[in-house]
Each structure stands twice: as C-alpha cells, then as structure tokens.
Design a protein around this ligand. Structure first.
Ligand code: ZN
Length: 257
C-alpha cells in the first residue's frame, strides 16, 4: 500500500489501482480530522455518537481535497445497491441519505464514500466501461453475497464484463482477529473451510473467492492485507474500541480535463 498525506490527512492507495490515472481512490486513516476521543480524529460517520459539527468538518475536509461531489449512504448490512446517476444527483438530499450497502456510478467527479471500522470496503473499477462501485462488506455482506449482487448490477446496467474489472479489498478485520465464536450458527457451511484458528476466519480470502466467483480475474484483485484491529492506532476498529469512528473509503472517476 502507498501512504499519502495531504493537509494532515493520511490515506492509503492500492498500487495496482493507482496505475489508472482516470481514477482517484483512497482508504483514509483516522488522522487529520477534528473529532475528539473516542472518535479522534477523521470520523466520517454521523450516527455513531460523535459531535455532528466535527463530522461535518471532517467530511468537508475530504471533499475539499477531492474537489468532487461526495456521496454516501446509510449502511445497514443489507443488500441494497444504488446507482448514482444524473437523476439521483439532481434529486438526492445528502442530509437524509437512503439505506444501501453498495453504490455504483459512471459519472465523473462523483466520489463514492463507504464508512468502515473493521468491515471491508471493496472498490470495483471497470476500466473499459469506466464504471466504479464501492461496497460495504462486513461478514453479513459476505453471507448475503453483496459482492456478486453488485457485479451483477454492473453487468446489467452498464454491460460490464467482470474480466475488465479491477477489485480491491480495504484494510479490515484480519484473520488474526476475526474470531467468530458462534460461527456454526452465523456462517454458512461453505465458509467453514476459511477457518484459520479455533474460531478465527479469513474474510479476506472469503471476499477474494466471492470476487472470483463473480467473474473477476484473480490477477485483478488486490488485498490491502492490513488488519484494522491490530492497526487501530491508524484505523478505527469497532472490535477493539466499540465506541469509535468510521474511516472513509473513497473512489471517484476524475473529470476529463
Ligand atoms: Zn489483527
């Protein structure tokens, strides 16, 4: 991963996705914002108990850096997917965003933001059709196959060929910390092969497998391989901190110059 810093904001880029100059992407650390503990400092989630004025300042700082329109949704571990098209952009009220866990757009200058603390943010980029998606994928998202559903929506709406799609898996819960004591009840049997310890699971591998099953080439998948629980000095971690902020994961098609 490549670490960048702009006005105190630190964010990571994926080296492979970074090869495409038409795309901006970043997984933001918790540094460079305005929020007070336990949300210190770059928390982008309004609904976790943080002072809304601080969150608004954090979001504004990111938006200013991107110089684009920043779009986010109310994530609820469901399977709703929203296409951010011209109609959506004209009619949406960003103060009351709709519920969804994946957003897709082909509009340049529109930054898609997913908020995470241990869950995965998965970026998809169709380099031929110029379409991007940002998926909020926690273990429930894996169980509910949100990855496949998002790729299917890109196929249906934008005629995307999954073989043209680049995919990245953000810093998130690693196999080192992915303990699921109740896995027999919580996780389907075909996940049990990804058990790495007594009760630990490798959700990076589960997501990679689901991306491959959705038709994406293994060589086009990048995994950050950074655990947010172990790395909670840089990232927000729900498992480690319980009351905490959310990191921003952002992808945007740049405006043509
Ligand atoms: Zn860990």
């Amino acid at each position: 991963m490549i670490l960048r810093e702009t006005s105190g904001i630190k964010f990571y880029e994926f080296p492979g996705l970074n090869r495409y100059p038409s795309v901006f992407h970043g997984f933001f650390t918790r540094h460079g914002g305005f929020s007070k503990p336990p949300y210190h400092t770059l928390n982008v989630a309004f609904k976790v108990g943080d002072n809304p004025a601080d969150v608004a300042k954090n979001v504004k700082k990111i938006r200013k850096m991107l110089q684009g329109r920043l779009i986010w949704v109310n994530q609820d571990h469901g399977c709703k997917i929203i296409i951010i098209d011209k109609h959506y952009l004209e009619t949406c009220n960003q103060n009351i965003p709709p519920e969804a866990d994946a957003i897709i757009t082909s509009e340049p200058g529109v930054a898609l933001m997913i908020k995470v603390a241990d869950c995965q943010a998965i970026f998809l980029f169709d380099r031929v059709k110029n379409v991007i998606a940002n998926i909020h994928c926690g273990w429930r998202g894996n169980v509910n196959e949100i990855i496949k559903k998002t790729v299917d929506t890109m196929k249906k709406t934008f005629k995307s060929d999954p073989r043209d799609v680049i995919a990245t898996i953000s810093p998130s819960l690693g196999p080192c910390c992915g303990e699921f004591k109740g896995y027999r009840e919580l996780l389907p049997a075909h996940f049990h092969g990804y058990r790495v310890g007594v009760n630990h699971f490798d959700f990076w591998k589960i997501s990679r497998e689901q991306l491959i099953k959705a038709g994406i080439s293994e060589k086009n998948i990048e995994i950050a391989g950074m655990c947010t629980v172990c790395g909670n000095n840089h990232f927000f971690s729900y498992r480690k901190e319980k009351i905490t902020g959310r990191c921003a994961a952002v992808i945007m098609l740049k405006e043509k110059e």
